[in-house]
Design a protein around this ligand. Structure first.
Ligand code: AMP
Length: 610
């Protein structure tokens, strides 16, 4: 019954026509406007294609597609494929700055935009983008397209595109929370083939009711297996417009969803919501499998999906650039807790390499690099990123630090570029985040480095806690757990919730800015707390210690080392005082006068003698 993808033959136009022929009256999708059969979806997409041709869109031209999770998104995608135009799929959360740059780089001929998004009227921004970019000839709004009477439009057979399986099907955006996303051209057959392999890994079949809960403009939700993987089975895709836990949970219950894909943070919010509002087991009764991907998934979330949702948790590791690893329904929970699974593509070549690019021995950590039928070989018009992200022999550098056990089982531990270099010691945030989550009361943790004049980078940790705790208590627990002293966070901040990026990953960039702001603020407060010290030398010594030790709680009898200081922070403190008072201070002096009072005496003595 299902459509079988052939890497040497299948293309979107062929697949769309085959879906219509094979699955005609089955329900292809359901959104806020109700059900739509395969026949209706494919016919309306053909009509929309004919309309777009009549509006001057020509085969080969690029069209920016900026829509939310509605049937129109899929109809536009199919319409553009059928007429041989190239959709440039942007996240609904992209704003003027990003859309402008993407439309400009791709020299888009048209822009299809929603009229309003999350209550904001986008008419003006969309019009401004279309006006400012010379290549854009036509701007279409979703409400205009939805209101069209397409009954008079039809595509003649010779108007239906017949691309080669190697031709680009569309351009998607790379993830990331900062800057303009990179543009990834995706191939016709390879994306469909990858959707088929992901659908196999999830056990999708014609009885599947797949929920597209996250933004469908993200490649994971188009083809990982996403709605295309569901369509290949003749299954039904239900589109959730909002990504809010309340909406996702009620759709899972009402629509008897069998499979869905969630980023771990949203999965955990859905479970918390269900627990608060009823019996999760009942609410999630229909679920067979939940894909957890897009970001590192904790053991807690995997357990919660297995126990509270009562279904199979699937670890799925993938990226817009195309590589996909997944666990399978028959894998044991132990395996799912430990590994991100195996490569879903038999034709990929993968390596784990060290900093010099040489393969590391089996089971050792390094960067994962890969090439294969569905893996990008270059970003669109981005020489700079291409030089950095691809090897000379065409491997994509994932930037992920991983190991492959027995040559095939993948374990991801974090991003290479997230590594914190604290005074020469290397710290991987994922490892520290795991230890933080094991501390009493801590539910979620996010760790990163921030610049520090003495250490190069200092370790900042944000935590969300269920119970009352303190930074000192967390540090004590980490030390008791046997964590190396250089891995203990320099700063621990508390928060009720983390900011998320447009694709619902923890926005570490925003957290980093907040940490820097909080540190500046705390420093000012600390310094003000020494205003009452009359003696200027003593005040400057207190200030230098406070800065080095990152605390304003200082008394005359306190000892630098006992407050967590070390030779590196001491050296920075000594340099600060040397510059302030024109004296010279050595580490040996400092060890002789180890309390704050004794050290103030030493500095005063130096000032008097030098
Ligand atoms: P994107 O470009 O948004 O598709 O993000 C791809 C990146 O997300 C990968 O390179 C990984 O860093 C991360 N990622 C995706 N899935 C997982 C996973 N299951 N576990 C850990 N990290 C993941």
């Amino acid at each position: 019954m299902r459509i079988k993808v052939d890497l040497n033959q299948t293309t979107y136009p062929r697949c769309i026509l085959e879906m219509k022929r094979r699955f005609g009256d089955r329900i292809a999708l359901r959104d806020k406007d109700g059900d739509m059969t395969y026949r209706a979806l494919c016919t309306s997409s053909e009509q929309l294609g004919a309309y777009l041709l009549s509006q001057g869109i020509r085969p080969g031209e690029k069209v920016v597609l900026h829509l939310g999770n509605t049937r129109l998104f899929i109809q536009c995608l199919f319409a553009l494929e059928l007429i041989g135009a190239l959709p440039v799929i942007v996240f609904s959360a992209c704003r003027e700055h990003e859309v402008f740059s993407i439309a400009d780089t791709t020299e888009a001929a048209a822009y299809i935009s929603f009229r309003s998004f999350k209550g904001f009227d986008c008419t003006e921004t969309a019009t401004r983008i279309a006006d400012r970019i010379d290549s854009i000839r036509t701007l279409f709004f979703d409400d205009q397209l939805e209101a069209l009477d397409l009954s008079g439009y039809a595509l003649a057979p010779e108007q239906i595109a017949d691309p080669s399986p190697e031709d680009p099907a569309y351009i998607v955006l790379s993830g990331g929370s900062t800057g303009i996303p990179k543009l990834i051209p995706k191939k016709q057959a390879a994306t469909l083939w990858s959707a088929e392999k992901c659908a196999e890994a999830c056990g999708l079949d014609e009885t599947t009711r797949y929920l597209t809960a996250m933004p469908c403009a993200h490649y994971f939700h188009i083809c990982g297996p996403g709605f295309m993987g569901a369509f290949l089975q003749g299954a039904t895709d239900i589109l959730c417009y909002s990504s809010l836990p309340s909406d996702i949970v009620s759709l899972i219950r009402q629509e008897k969803i069998t499979e869905t894909a969630l980023v771990p943070s949203v999965a955990s919010e859905c479970i918390a919501y269900a627990k608060k509002h009823g019996n999760p087991k009942q609410m999630f009764e229909s679920l067979r499998l939940v894909q957890l991907g897009g970001a590192m998934c904790t053991a807690d979330v995997i357990h919660a999906v297995a126990e509270e949702m009562g279904c199979v948790p699937q670890q799925i590791y993938g990226m817009g650039e195309g590589l996909v690893y997944a666990t399978y329904p028959q894998d044991s929970l132990d395996f799912i807790l430990k590994y991100q699974g195996i490569n879903t593509s038999a034709y990929d070549s993968v390596k784990v390499v060290d900093e010099a690019g040489n393969p590391v021995p089996d089971g050792e950590f390094g960067e994962l690099i890969a090439k294969g039928p569905n893996i990008a070989t270059a970003y669109y018009k981005n020489d700079e990123a291409n030089r950095v992200k691809f090897t000379a022999d065409g491997y994509y550098r994932t930037g992920d630090r991983v190991r492959l056990v027995e040559g095939k089982y993948l374990q991801v531990v974090g991003r290479i570029d997230d590594m914190i270099n604290r005074a020469g010691e290397k710290i991987f945030p994922a490892e520290l985040e795991m230890h933080l989550r094991q501390c009493s009361g801590v539910r979620e943790a996010a760790v990163f480095g921030i610049p520090d004049p003495a250490l190069g980078s200092r370790i900042a940790a944000f935590v969300i806690c269920d119970e009352d705790t303190s930074g000192a208590a967390i540090r004590r627990e980490l030390i008791a757990a046997g964590l190396a002293s250089f891995k203990i966070p320099d700063d621990i901040f508390f928060k009720d919730a983390f900011p998320l990026t447009s694709v619902k990953k923890i926005d570490k960039h925003a957290l980093k800015q907040e940490a820097e702001e909080r540190i500046r603020h705390a420093e000012q407060e600390t310094l003000q707390s020494f205003d009452h010290i009359g003696d200027p030398t003593e005040r400057s010594v207190y200030t230098a210690w406070a800065r080095a030790l990152n605390t304003g709680e200082l008394t005359g009898d306190c000892c630098f080392i006992e407050l967590g200081g070390n030779s590196i922070t001491a050296a920075a403190m000594l340099r600060e005082l040397e510059q302030a008072h024109g004296i010279s201070l050595e580490l040996e002096d400092f060890y002789c006068a180890d309390t704050l009072d004794a050290f103030c005496g030493l500095v005063k003595e130096r000032i008097a003698h030098e």
